[in-house]
Design a protein. Structure first.
Lengths: 341, 222
């Protein structure tokens, strides 16, 4: 759906040249929710603006929906933008227009006749759950409602791609959840591809299928959200993952755990996807003559499944412990022995 | 009673002069709004990072605005005598005041338009571009509506300045309350004529400000 080949973007400033996006290659598939995460200054804002031509790359090729958008003229680019729409952190609604008029704006730009505009606007108001608010002005709405207007406006011309520029960063956690739910539901209902940038790992965890991690203008890590969560490679990714799974905290305390539980064996189980639903623990206790003690546990839910870690203390006969570990292995749960006594 | 307080005031003449002032103010305000908006938009759109970003055009427009804004109005009228004679054909009567009024006030209003346009949230402009809006659509559907309260309060201030300018234009014979106050009142030492003309100008200014304020509050939905 979207592919970037060797894309770079440099800005010339008085202080010198800034490389905002540095030789990025990406492929975003039709219908997926693709997240780009990074701290501010990582280049993600520039990156998302490359996808609808608000910024032009200094080098490389960007293909959106089969069209190379780096070399086309303004007129054609405007046509592309009807199908690649965008929502913003600060909503960017026109205060001078009512909710309905804001949603109608892109339809006016696309030259849709008035009657059709009206019908479409009503559909969209219903889709985003703003029934009865059509005649309100943005200043009369809450942040979450404003973003709903933003989303309705972005969907007006039936786009194929929706770009989300920190769309939930100005919202409180509860409202963030409701907006994320809305994004997932339109992704499923309309089959539209969503590309979002954020600095919050919760957002990636909750709705993305795949994620790219950006640092210093480069994509340093990329892959399925579940895999990245399970096995983050780069330090920055580990930092982001720890925002939600607190595994860093766990690592810190392993030394303490070893001191706290000197007997038996400490093992760490890592669950992915369906395995989290298996009753491994109860089987372990039923089948083996062991003391099983839960030391620490945590399960995180991502869009493509859950993953989690569980640290157990197994105490008892050494042979039985080994057999128990083999049993867990057979359940295809990855196991790691933390200490031997 | 009124005749004893203002013995020298010729009321039908005063009324006629008031209408002339009203006429000059109204027409010159409309023309100033048009030219001032055009100049202000040009200043904004040719500035860096905007749709028509162009250093030379921006500098030229800026220079034009600054030069005509700096010339004292009374001098501007005299400087513009040849242009006025060419455009209007005469130097006398209300119509002769228009070139000087508009050239004097439009650059002043253009600055206020520019300030209003700069106050528009840049994110809103980016959103309009992200929807595939043309520059003309952005002008008519984003820039002007989103800066409307500033544009209206700006034209109110400009309109009030124009009332003052028409009085000055009156001194060189444009007619209106200015001419009456100066020629019939001041020069013939009839203070009551000057006083009544001044009061009428004051009333006009208050009415303009009142209308401007009402419109500004009504259209501001922020």
């Amino acid at each position: 759906m979207i592919s970037l080949k060797d894309v770079s973007k440099k800005f010339k400033t008085k202080q010198g040249t800034i490389i905002a996006v540095d030789d990025v290659n990406l492929d975003i598939k039709q219908g997926e929710i693709f997240g780009i995460i990074g701290y501010s200054g990582a280049g993600k804002s520039t990156m998302i603006r490359l996808l609808n031509g608000l910024e032009k790359p200094t080098a490389g090729q960007i293909i959106v929906n089969g069209k190379e958008i780096t070399s086309i003229n303004e007129e054609k680019l405007r046509q592309v933008r009807h199908k690649v729409s965008m929502i913003f952190q600060h909503f960017n609604l026109l205060w001078s227009r009512t909710v309905a008029e804001n949603i109608a704006f892109p339809l006016e730009i696309a030259g849709i006749p008035k009657e059709q505009r009206k019908a479409r606007v009503n559909e969209l108001i219903e889709l985003v759950g703003l029934e009865g608010r059509g005649n309100y002005y943005p200043s009369q709405l809450s942040g979450g409602q404003k973003q709903r207007v933003g989303i309705a406006r972005a969907l007006a011309n039936r786009p194929e791609v929706l770009l989300c520029d920190e769309a939930t960063s100005a919202l409180d956690p509860e409202t963030t959840d409701s907006i994320l739910d809305l994004l997932v539901s339109i992704n499923e209902k309309l089959g539209l591809t969503i590309v979002l940038i954020t600095h919050e790992m919760q957002v990636i965890q909750k709705i993305c299928n795949r994620v790219a991690v950006m640092e210093g203008g480069q994509v340093v890590e990329e892959g399925d959200v579940l895999k990245v969560f399970q096995n983050p490679q780069q330090p920055i990714t580990q930092k982001f993952v720890s925002q939600v799974s607190e595994s860093a905290q766990a690592v810190q305390t392993i030394q303490n755990l070893v001191e706290l539980y000197p007997h038996g064996k400490l093992i760490k189980l890592t669950f992915v996807g369906d395995q989290t639903e298996q009753p491994i623990l109860s089987r372990l206790i039923k089948q083996f003559e062991l003391e099983v003690n839960i030391v620490q546990g945590n399960i995180s839910h991502t869009k493509s499944g859950a993953f989690g870690t569980l640290i157990l203390q197994l105490d008892g006969d050494a042979l039985a412990i080994d057999e128990a570990i083999r049993f867990i292995h057979e359940q295809k749960v990855s196991t790691e022995v933390i200490n031997n006594d | 009673m009124i005749n004893t307080l203002f013995p020298n005031v010729d009321w039908p003449k005063m009324w006629e002069a008031a209408l002339e002032t009203l006429y000059m103010t109204a027409i010159s305000t409309v023309l100033t709004a048009i030219f001032g908006l055009a100049l202000g938009l040009l200043l904004f759109l040719t500035s860096p990072h905007q749709a028509w970003a162009n250093k030379l055009a921006n500098w030229l427009t800026g220079a034009f605005v600054n030069i005509f804004r700096s010339i004292p109005f009374i001098i501007l009228i005299i400087l513009l005598i040849p242009l006025t004679k060419f455009l209007v054909g005469t130097m006398r009567g209300p119509d002769a005041a228009f070139p000087a009024l508009v050239i004097g006030a439009a650059p002043f209003y253009a600055r206020m338009v520019l300030i209003g346009l700069r106050e528009i949230d840049k994110g809103v402009l980016e959103a309009a571009r992200s929807m595939g809006a043309k520059t003309s659509t952005i002008i008519w559907k984003v820039l002007l509506p989103e800066s409307m309260p500033a544009l209206v309060s700006g034209i109110t201030v400009t309109c009030i300045s124009l009332v003052g300018y028409t009085a000055m234009a009156g001194i060189i014979g444009a007619g209106g309350l200015g001419t009456l106050a100066f020629l019939d009142g001041f020069q013939r030492s009839r203070e009551d004529v000057t006083l009544v003309a001044t009061i009428l100008i004051l009333v006009l200014v208050f009415i303009i400000q009142w209308i401007g304020d009402i419109i500004t509050t009504r259209i501001d939905k922020r």
